[in-house]
Design a protein around this ligand. Structure first.
Ligand SMILES: NC(=O)c1ccc[n+]([C@@H]2O[C@H](COP(=O)([O-])OP(=O)(O)OC[C@H]3O[C@@H](n4cnc5c(N)ncnc54)[C@H](OP(=O)(O)O)[C@@H]3O)[C@@H](O)[C@H]2O)c1
Length: 223
């Protein structure tokens, strides 16, 4: 598969690329194609350290070129930039391609990390993204609680669950497969995309617990 990472130059982009390049071609997207190409060559160098050789290759380009080619697009951008980014990119998706939103609408206040849709009466990230998709069933919400630091170290055993929300069985199976390709991650279905706010809100819960209880990059696991 060709996996395109919009905003792939950020912390999560590195982790997704390093984990999925073992079996897939990874296209790093950026607003700046030179920045994307530089990130792609840095990530490629890291793969030899971790794996020796890999099946896929990592390349970089502007976000629009990436979404036009990708079979799976992961939107690795901040919540605040969904409207400006998705309005330009998502009408240009390849037919049938799947979009993953790991986006968490969260801000730090005096109280701690809070969920923007609750305190500012705004839409969840998945709700906002879905507005710009022709085939709205191809959007899957997942990966909200995995820490970028853990994702970017393929030697780490993550032993965590990933909440998944979506409406299309085929898209869910593809994303569940990608979750299982990351060693010791387990997909856990929460329900349709309309419930993705539940998956998104787990991140501020986790981060507040982490800070108050001095935990290091915690994850979520249902036992
Ligand atoms: N960090 C985590 O541990 C973590 C965990 C779970 C979920 N998430 C979610 O995953 C997403 C990505 O996280 P991240 O930490 O990788 O984010 P990030 O580093 O803050 O940003 C990712 C990329 O977004 C692009 N970007 C920044 N401003 C933009 C703008 N105005 N318009 C369009 N693109 C812009 C940048 O790429 P270019 O400058 O190259 O265009 C940047 O490298 C976020 O929504 C976050 O909530 C993060």
């Amino acid at each position: 598969m060709k996996i395109g990472i919009v905003g792939g130059t950020g912390g999560m982009g590195l982790g997704f690329a390093l984990r999925w390049c073992v079996n897939h071609d990874i296209m790093i997207g950026s607003r700046d194609p030179t920045k994307a190409a530089n990130a792609a060559s840095e990530y490629s160098e890291s793969t030899s350290k971790f794996y020796g050789s890999i099946k896929g290759k990592i390349t970089g380009n502007d976000n629009l070129s990436v979404v036009k080619e990708a079979d799976v697009v992961i939107l690795s951008i901040p919540y605040e930039n969904i409207d400006s980014t998705c309005s330009q990119l998502l009408p240009n998706l390849k037919n049938g391609s799947i979009v993953i939103s790991p986006i968490v609408p969260m801000k730090k206040t005096e109280a701690g990390f809070e969920f923007i849709p609750l305190i500012e009466k705004k839409p969840s990230a998945a709700e906002l993204v879905q507005k710009y998709m022709k085939d709205k069933t191809k959007l899957i919400a997942a990966f909200h609680t995995i820490s970028e630091k853990k994702l970017a170290d393929p030697n780490l055993v993550l032993d965590s669950d990933i909440f998944v929300c979506g409406d299309d069985q085929n898209a869910l199976s593809v994303v569940n497969g990608l979750i299982k390709e990351i060693r010791s991650l387990r997909p856990v279905l929460l329900g349709p995309l309309s419930l993705s706010y539940l998956a998104e809100i787990t991140t501020p819960i986790l981060l507040n617990a982490m800070i108050k209880n001095k935990m290091k990059n915690p994850g979520i696991k249902i036992i």
